[in-house]
Write a protein that binds this ligand. Structure first.
Ligand SMILES: Cc1cc2nc3c(=O)[nH]c(=O)nc-3n(C[C@H](O)[C@H](O)[C@H](O)COP(=O)(O)OP(=O)(O)OC[C@H]3O[C@@H](n4cnc5c(N)ncnc54)[C@H](O)[C@@H]3O)c2cc1C
Length: 299
């Protein structure tokens, strides 16, 4: 008999009492121990045989990892253990970083979001992660605890490939930190999925724009694309067009085409590479227009 999902393999559950203890244990067992938060990725991957860890190190309850802290000058610190439903419900996030709530809301179902975390979504490093684009365009920085203490990791250089990041054995993300968003900004995330809920993105497009007198166009845009490259993709040429050339319908179309040209998607069960590229063009154009309507007063 073939069992498609044979069930979880045996493992030891480790509950450290401090970040120092957790980092040391993880560093002492490279390839054998792995940290986890909500477990919504890890348990599926263990069940399917992609992760064969002897030890699962629960890092949820360590040192304020479950806190959301907002400071009107310093910005937002989102603890690694904060689940997506708390992100969606947070008044400060709704008010100052609504893009984060919007992106978290597209992840699976309410039930799954009571476990799934934004930091788990980032550390899992799936190119299809729904909250990754929001974290990138909001200029997120990870606060990482390793065997040598704390350091920060910019999301700009964090992703190395599918499932691969700059984290080393012993590294635990304690929080993700966001500066205050630029004044007058607006942002949107659009997830194209096969159904209304519970599926990974065929394509995910995040666009953030804001007025900036130092830019030749008077505006700057940040764009991030999901499911179209081995890592979350920032189409730099598209951003440059919107910085350097007047924001006109023609230049918005030109920028959307540049975003499409930057993509290198695969064909899979969710969609062909060609379909993904065309959807990136269409959705990027749609979202730039929507954001432009808000920040440019519809000019
Ligand atoms: C049914 C189902 C539907 C899903 N739908 C979606 C969807 O629509 N969109 C989407 O983007 N994802 C989806 N996912 C994937 C998953 O839910 C998300 O990626 C989730 O955000 C992962 O968070 P987690 O806390 O559960 O991570 P975990 O499973 O605990 O960990 C994920 C990875 O991150 C690492 N990690 C976790 N925390 C830390 C830390 N503090 N420091 C260092 N490394 C850490 C782990 O070692 C592991 O490699 C779905 C999963 C399932 C099972």
């Amino acid at each position: 008999m073939i069992t498609a999902h044979p069930g979880l393999p045996e493992f030891d559950y480790i509950w450290p009492e401090s970040l120092i203890e957790a980092s040391k244990f993880l560093a002492d067992h490279p390839g054998e121990a792995i940290p986890f938060m909500g477990g919504t990725d890890i348990f599926v991957r263990m069940r399917d045989g992609f992760i064969k860890s002897k030890y699962l190190v629960d890092v949820k309850c360590l040192e304020e990892s479950d806190r959301i802290t907002f400071d009107p000058e310093a910005g937002l610190s989102l603890g690694a253990a904060v689940n997506m439903n708390r992100v969606i419900a947070s008044p400060e996030i709704q008010q100052v970083y609504p893009l984060l709530s919007e992106a978290a809301h597209t992840v699976a179902s309410y039930q799954l979001r009571t476990r799934a975390t934004v930091v788990g979504n980032l550390c899992n490093a799936s190119p299809a992660g729904d909250t990754t684009g929001a974290c990138v365009v909001l200029d997120g920085t990870l606060l990482v605890h390793g065997v040598d203490g704390f350091r920060t990791e910019s999301l700009k250089t964090f992703f190395l490939g599918p499932g691969k990041t700059r984290l080393k054995p012993g590294d635990i993300v304690r929080a993700i930190q966001f500066p205050l968003p630029p004044p007058g900004y607006s942002a949107r995330y659009y997830k194209l999925g096969r159904n209304a809920s519970g599926d990974l993105a065929i394509v995910g497009v995040t666009v953030l724009g804001f007025p900036d007198d130092s830019a030749p166009s008077g505006y700057r845009f940040r764009i991030a694309l999901a499911s179209v490259a081995p890592v979350p993709l920032v189409p730099l040429e598209a951003e440059k067009i919107l910085t350097n050339e007047p924001i006109t319908p023609e230049n918005i179309t030109k920028a959307a085409r540049a975003a499409m040209d930057a993509c290198n998607p695969i064909s899979d069960v969710r969609g062909s590479a060609r379909y993904r590229k065309l959807m990136v063009r269409n959705l990027t154009e749609k979202l730039i227009r929507e954001v432009w309507q808000k920040i440019g007063n519809g000019r």
